[in-house]
Ligand binder design. Sequence first.
Ligand SMILES: [Fe+2]
Ligand SMILES: [Fe+2]
Length: 184
Amino acid sequence: MMPIGPLMIEHRLIERMIDVMQGQLSVIEKEKKLDFEFLEMAVDFIRTYADRCHHGKEEDILFRELGIKQLKDEHRHTMEELVEEHRWARKMTARLVEANRKYIQGDGDAMSTVTECIRSLIQFYPKHIEKEDKHFFIPCMNYFTESEQQVILREEWEFDKNLIHEKYRSIIIMAEKELTSRTL
Ligand SMILES: [Fe+2]
Ligand SMILES: [Fe+2]
């Protein structure tokens, strides 16, 4: 398998999440109230899977290795755009979390910000994925030899293996901090 294989498989799951978000957005707009369980799940998916696991492998492994190569201007430019788009998605997700927090605290106006953020993310991901799948990943594989590709692929598997431990370690660190602040 090429190192873009796992990334393209992950794209398919992100697309399924975007379809769910589209459906949930229609429900939110019809019922005029937010579904907190869904929002919590969606934010966790975007932050842990789409950003840490998926964008993490793109930026910290594939793009890092491409950065060492003499890329054509076109590919270097696209890679910079993709990193910038990842930053944008992180900011939009933080905005969604903040608006949801305000809504829970009773700020009714925050609901329109929540739906606007969901809509922005729904519009963003398919375009971003298409840029990678159709215009970047395949040509970029030509910069690597077969054995370089296998090294990258192995590092991707290793990255995934560590992820669940990293996630739950950070959950415990946060829980410990929360407990300390309550018992001081
Ligand atoms: Fe990406
Ligand atoms: Fe991607």
